[in-house]
Ligand binder design. Sequence first.
Ligand code: SAH
Length: 333
Amino acid sequence: MNRTDILHYLSGAKDEELFAAAHAEKLRVFGKDVYLRGIIEFSNHCKNQCLYCGLRAPNKEAGRYRLSIENIITLASGLPELGFGTVVLQSGDDYHYSTDDIANIVSTIKSSTNLAITLSLGDRGLDEFRAWREAGADRYLLKLETTNTKLYEKCRPNESLKDRFQRIEALQQLGYEVGSGIITGLPDMTNETLADDILKLTELRLDMLAAGPFIPHPQTPFKDMDNGTTQDAFRVSALLRLLNPEANIPATSALDALEQDGRKKGLQRGCNVIMPSFTPEEVRANYKIYPGKNTFSAGAVENARLVQEMIRNMGFIPYAGQGPSKRKNRSKG
Ligand code: SAH
């Protein structure tokens, strides 16, 4: 598929064909399995100022919280008996947790469970990535958000796209399964931008790929911008599936924030992963990267059960294993 084909699909001219092909490809590679990841959003403190994100440092209304190391370990340890084989530890870019703190969390979870561990802590140092890998971390998720230099550097003040690429390459060299992805519908993004993003992400031979729609947050500089559409995010996810058949692709929670059954549709259009939140009820609504995030009313355990039930009702199987990368031609960085 070349750039012209991608642009044609992005125009919406062949949605049915695109979604059906993506789903067929998902079924061919993963069968009926849907991979589950339990995500613990352990801190919403952030040193960065990303223009799209509600956790940005200047947002004084964010209601900041941090979970203790013990609490994070206890929450993760409860996941296997709920049918989860992977824990994702995510936070703002929060240096309160030292290299050793994170290594300690990782090695304790690895020594007491069979969980695969994905870290998503933002732009930390290469020595830290190495230490956490040695402690047993399996995967790292670092989204490019966009591969357009001008847009990236507008959205993420004081950060460079080149550095982000270098981090991704370094993580691959360290032997992590590496995930990345984009936000669709960021201000000034066009279908041309998205086509370039899709091609660039594909070139990186990533183990995980994600596309979620932009949702404006009222306490950010992008508050008056238009939101992205779920349709764009579905198209990008489906195209990523066709170009990266063996990659893990989540139905992102932002889909549900914009459209009822958004994630469910994602799972019928090429996505094979879903990531319910296990962040404690008292704080999870404060992990507000965008409005509508973590607004489900059930407790975390009940919510996870509902997600598993939804998967079964769709005729799929909530897969309890680690759900590692199936990619054979993985990049070694
Ligand atoms: N601090 C970490 C984790 C980021 S939060 C990091 O920067 O890597 C997880 C993801 O939420 C981000 O990577 C981004 O893709 C998404 N996100 C943030 N703000 C958003 C918004 N307003 N709308 C949609 N997605 C958003």
